[in-house]
Ligand binder design. Structure first.
Ligand code: GDP
Length: 478
């Protein structure tokens, strides 16, 4: 139960120097990376009119086994988890439906297909899990809540339409999440289809097709006629093999909430994707600020099951409230501790402290660098014209130094949008705008999520400010 001086300063929203000074006044001599105990931290916090609470999380976390503790011999291959992204009307929903309908396992045939937010299909006796909320918004919202649910992104591009603004966004969202991309060039049944054009356009965004010497598989498909769907599924398995996706089924379950809702008769219902371990009926589960015992579990065919292994999505009843999509969940053994933890999270949530991870801003950049946890400064660039986007991106990436690499994860023309803020929140990025403004929703979300938005008119001002921030010499703003 200790905290470093730097971490304490961040949490108190004070500078490291101020904290060190207070410590000295209390007779404690410590520097930024030194750990101080709970009582000392409380003493300092009091001087900043803040309160330090012992976290029950510490005790309950002792029950939660870290993935790194899994022994190699306990690991088994698990199904890949796949998300489908792409521009509107390029066929994401059609593709998900077509895959689902042509690959229902015979034992499941006759079951009533339910929309639970994810489903599994059988391909050559192996399973693939699809998240069936298409689009990069859902994907990045989950990531912003700390959940890394997906292994592979299928990027759908219509062969008669080509790369469009949301295609580019999807590429940047997938790359920021470091998931593997497989391109599905869709609608090849259409007379105007031109897959070559699509692949050519994609290379401009760093997506180089395998057949041209790159590392991104591009599969021509038609969601309408079913052409190429098997090739796509087999490619997904091939990529999964390369990634050596494994999990340990013999441990308490952990995973992520895909979606959740309140049912009048059955109470809170959540779709949980198990990521490690096995979830059993009767398990005590903590999910975000919800807790409960797993009462009933059903799969996407509406059949009741008693356990769910890694990569299996299940609909679960028994929680005492509705968790949020993207919340992580853990099966734990001590019900009293679980309830205590959830109580504490609920209080923290009221005070907006739960989930509020410290986000990087130009003001705290230097401190975060000193703490040693900032190796890359992620930026999103929005501007009024394409020329500025490119010029700014180039200039910014040049100011990388030995300690920090400056990395523009997304750049585009237009106002700063909700989707930009989501990407920034999920990737711990700062947004810079040139002669553009955030739209009202984006502005509000940025404030809520602590995302730093910096607006400039001149490129030089931006470069200088970021350079100063990297040296810890930014003029304070009043
Ligand atoms: P989404 O917005 O990306 O989910 O796109 P949808 O799946 O709703 O598809 C948009 C439109 O394209 C619909 O009218 C589909 O019927 C049509 N569509 C989707 N895939 C194909 C395809 O492979 N061939 C043809 N001809 N039409 C398709």
């Amino acid at each position: 139960e200790s905290i470093t001086v730097g971490e304490l300063a961040l949490r108190l929203k004070a500078t490291v120097a101020e904290v060190i000074k207070k410590l000295m006044q209390n007779g404690v001599f410590a520097s930024i990376n030194d750990e101080i105990d709970f009582d000392t931290a409380s003493l300092v916090a009091m001087e900043f009119h803040a309160k330090v609470e012992k976290e029950v999380e510490v005790t309950i976390e002792e029950q939660i086994i870290d993935d790194s503790e899994d022994k190699e011999e306990d690991l088994e291959t698990r199904a890949p988890v796949v998300v489908v992204m792409g521009h509107v009307d390029h066929g994401k929903t059609s593709l998900l439906d077509a895959i689902r309908h042509t690959n229902v396992t015979s034992s499941e045939a006759g079951g009533i297909t339910q929309h639970i937010g994810a489903y599994q299909v059988k391909v050559n006796d192996r399973m693939v899990t699809f998240l069936d909320t298409p689009g990069h918004e859902a994907f990045t919202t989950m990531r912003a809540r700390g959940a890394m649910a997906t292994d592979i992104a299928v990027l759908v591009v219509a062969a008669d339409d080509g790369v469009m603004p949301q295609t580019i966004e999807a590429i940047h969202h997938a790359k920021a999440a470091k998931v593997n991309i497989i391109v599905a060039v869709n609608k090849i049944d259409k007379p105007g289809a031109n897959p070559q054009m699509v692949m050519e356009q994609l290379t401009k965004y760093g997506i180089v097709p395998e057949e041209w010497g790159g590392n991104v598989p591009c599969i021509p498909v038609s969601a309408k006629t079913g052409t190429g769907l098997n090739d796509l599924l087999e490619m997904i398995l091939l990529v999964a093999d390369m990634k050596e996706l494994k999990a340990n089924p013999n441990r308490p379950a952990k995973g992520v909430i895909i979606e959740a809702r309140l049912d009048k008769g059955r109470g809170p219902i959540a779709t949980m994707l198990v990521q490690n371990g096995t979830l059993h009926q009767g398990d005590i589960v903590v999910a975000g600020t919800s807790v409960g015992r797993v009462r009933a579990m059903t799969n996407e065919s509406g059949r009741e099951i008693t356990s769910a292994k890694p990569s299996v999505p299940v609909e679960v009843t028994g929680l005492d409230s509705v968790p949020a999509g993207g919340d992580t969940f853990n099966a734990v053994s001590d019900e009293r501790l679980a309830r205590e933890l959830v109580e504490q999270r609920r209080t923290a949530k009221k005070e907006e402290k739960f989930n509020a991870r410290t986000k990087v801003t130009l003001d705290n950049l230097f401190e975060q660098m000193q703490l040693g946890d900032m190796k890359e400064l992620q930026l999103i660039v929005k501007a009024d014209v394409q020329g500025s986007v490119e010029a700014v991106t180039q200039s910014l990436e040049k100011i990388s130094n030995d300690e920090v690499r400056v990395n523009v994860i997304h750049g585009a023309v237009g106002a700063i949008s909700e989707s930009d803020v989501m990407l920034a929140a999920a990737s711990n990025a700062i947004i810079v705008g040139f002669n553009v403004r955030p739209d009202p929703v984006a502005e509000e979300n940025a404030k809520r999520d602590g995302v730093d938005i910096r607006l400039y008119r001149v490129i030089y001002d931006c470069i200088q400010e970021i350079e100063s921030a990297m040296k810890g010499m930014l003029d304070p703003k009043y």
